[in-house]
Design a protein around this ligand. Structure first.
Ligand code: DP6
Length: 325
């Protein structure tokens, strides 16, 4: 009754922002993402009659855990297996939790896969993705391999992510740049609700299907300049929505803007690098793998940069034999 899963965080290329159904995490729009090789959550789950209560620890602490959200997710899985057994969950992120580096995506993907396996249930990748989505919307994209598309769908059974290109499709590097290690002030759940208050939100929703099509084509053609142009435009558009929500949410820090400008300068100097970010201050930079070392050196010496995690496209969630307890 014990299983361990590892899942990667993913960064959206075309963003999910706003929900049609907050309870089911049905998004207003489809999205595209890629899994990140060096940002992982590893989670061991056990169910037993011997446990008196549910217990959760993340990075060896019980603090800062959204306990109700976790229990709600475990309850969905307990219902699937018709069990009332209590659970023990131990999870480790290899990166700071809740700073906009998508810990909820890798966390809920690993939790879902480990809990399903611990109860001896067998689900398809699609069913795992549907279920992970209930924990955190973006978690559905951390189940399949590589570059993924989350098709918005219209119901609990039609909203899930699948691979569009596998992890080996393209030799790109993805640098997650940490410029702020404080916990986020506004949760994504609140941000998604506020999206509707931006006067530009409906316009964005109309634009997304075309962007997804163009982005998929750019990835298929390995057209890095076009890929980067669509990537940056969508990241900026997400933040235009948050900046024009009521109340406004300002996620960027001075270092975020410094790095956006630096990307433009580096491109003028012949180094192709493009930025994105989620709902947070951390820039995530895309370059070709051959340029990754050079770019890392430049970014490390930039004011305000605390750390960099260099990634390539990664596989989906999977079970491993090494348990955390
Ligand atoms: C800006 O998946 O964290 O990163 O469904 O409320 O858990 P919940 O939200 P979450 O939202 C992610 C938003 C985003 C864009 C994206 O990943 O597509």
């Amino acid at each position: 009754m014990k299983a361990t899963a590892i899942a990667h965080a993913n960064i959206a290329l075309i963003k999910y922002w706003g929900k049609k159904d907050p309870k089911l995490n049905l998004p207003e729009n489809s999205s595209l993402a890629v899994n990140l090789s060096n940002l992982t959550s590893t989670t061991t789950v056990a169910f037993s009659d011997d446990f008196d209560e549910d217990s959760f620890s993340i990075n060896a602490t019980r603090e800062n855990i959204e306990i109700e959200r976790l229990i709600a997710h475990i309850n969905l899985i307990r219902d699937l297996a018709s069990t009332k057994q209590k659970v023990k969950v131990v999870s480790e992120n290899n990166f700071p939790t809740a700073t906009g580096l998508a810990s909820s995506a890798s966390g809920f993907a690993a939790l879902t896969l480990a809990a399903i396996a611990a109860l001896g249930l067998k689900l398809s990748e699609k069913e795992l993705s549907l279920l992970a989505r209930r924990g955190a919307g973006s978690a559905c994209r951390s189940i399949p391999d590589g570059f993924t598309e989350w098709v918005a769908g219209t119901s609990d059974k039609t909203s899930y992510a699948q691979t569009v290109f596998d992890a080996n499709h393209w030799n790109i590097a993805i640098l997650a740049v940490i410029v702020n290690q404080e916990k986020k002030v506004v949760s994504n759940t609140v941000g998604h609700t506020l999206a509707q208050t931006s006067p530009f939100y409906q316009t964005r929703l109309l634009r997304v299907p075309k962007k997804i099509k163009a982005m998929k084509q750019a990835i298929e053609d390995k057209n890095f300049a076009l890929f980067g142009k669509i990537l940056e435009a969508d990241a900026i558009e997400l933040h235009v929505i948050t900046l024009t929500s009521d109340p406004a949410i300002i996620y960027w820090d001075p270092a975020t803007i410094r790095i956006m400008k630096l990307c433009q300068t580096l491109r003028q100097q012949g180094l192709p690098v493009y930025f994105t970010f989620d709902a947070g201050p951390q820039p995530v930079l895309f370059c070709l793998q051959k340029d990754a070392k050079k770019l890392e050196t430049i970014i490390r010496s930039t004011k305000g940069v605390l750390d960099i995690i260099v990634n390539k496209p990664a596989e989906g969630a999977r079970l491993i034999d090494k348990h955390l307890f």
